[in-house]
Design a protein around this ligand. Structure first.
Ligand code: FES
Length: 280
């Protein structure tokens, strides 16, 4: 294992903030950590980049997103509300005319979902480390010469997270509706298949992630002088706090369930295989 003290990489003359700020201990090494601290940011970089690439390709593809017989609508295309949407997929009506081919149907929800994930406290920590090395890991000096935190544009916009949380909640309701519709396949009052179960798992995970949000925890239990006079809010805050402890796991799990749900519906809608029906 390489000894970190042999690699002084911080230009302390440039540093006004951070490890070389006045009053901080003078340590020439970038870090004294001897563990493999690079692993987490590298893995995060690969996984997040792969997911963004997949989501981008699927969003611009604009095909194989709806299986009419089983009423499976991909979460990447929900709600589908343009005149260009496939017949039967417009459960919420037609809000817009035909979109030009370069504008994805998902433009209706994408800015809100992207805003929600990008401003998420956990993802911020992850992509600051993985993409900007700011800092790359705990107790590892960052390579940048100055640090302004999230006090200036554009990072000050991270404060919009609580509003994106509201939008994400509304979109989760839409996704829930899609699952309800998947239990009502074409020509049947009730039925479900493997795809319905996959969609159901995805929406449960999405709700768990949305409710585990730090902003949600504050909205539910914040701004109170004491809990004793607000037993219902205390109860809700306790439940949200338990979920909140799993926020990181839920953040990754929902990326996986979203991709799996979309891919499954894409294969079924494209006719690669048929959905195994459990009850018609
Ligand atoms: S903190 Fe992650 S979704 Fe709100």
């Amino acid at each position: 294992m390489t000894r970190a003290t042999e690699r002084p990489t911080v230009d302390s003359k440039k540093m006004v903030n951070g490890v070389a700020a006045p009053g901080r201990a003078s340590i020439p090494a970038r870090t004294l950590r001897t563990d493999n601290w690079r692993k987490a940011p590298v893995v995060t970089f690969i996984l997040l980049s792969s997911w963004v690439l997949y989501a981008t390709l699927r969003t611009v593809w604009q095909a194989a997103y709806f299986d009419k017989a089983d009423h499976y609508l991909s979460p990447f295309y929900s709600p589908c509300v343009t005149a260009s949407c496939t017949d039967g997929s417009r459960d919420f009506g037609t809000w817009f005319g035909h979109f030009p081919i370069i504008i994805p149907f998902a433009i209706v929800t994408l800015p809100f979902l992207l805003g929600f994930r990008l401003t998420c406290y956990y993802y911020r920590r992850s992509y600051y480390r993985a993409f900007w090395a700011s800092p790359p890991a705990c107790a590892v000096a960052e390579p940048h010469g100055s640090y302004s935190g999230e006090t200036k544009f554009p990072l000050i916009l991270q404060n919009l997270h609580r509003y994106f949380w509201v939008a994400a909640g509304i979109i989760s309701i839409v996704n829930t509706w899609d699952v309800v519709q998947a239990f009502r396949p074409e020509g049947h009052a009730f039925g479900f298949g493997l795809g319905t179960i996959i969609m159901l798992i995805n929406v449960v995970m999405l709700w768990a992630y949305t409710l585990s949000c730090h902003s949600c925890r504050h909205i539910v239990g914040g701004k109170l002088r004491n809990f004793s006079r607000h037993p219902m809010r205390y109860k809700a805050w306790t439940m949200v706090s338990k979920l909140n402890a799993k926020h990181m796991q839920l953040a990754w799990t929902t990326l996986a369930t979203l991709a799996v749900t979309d891919a499954y519906i894409a294969f079924v809608a494209a006719g690669v295989f048929s959905d195994p029906r459990i009850l018609h």
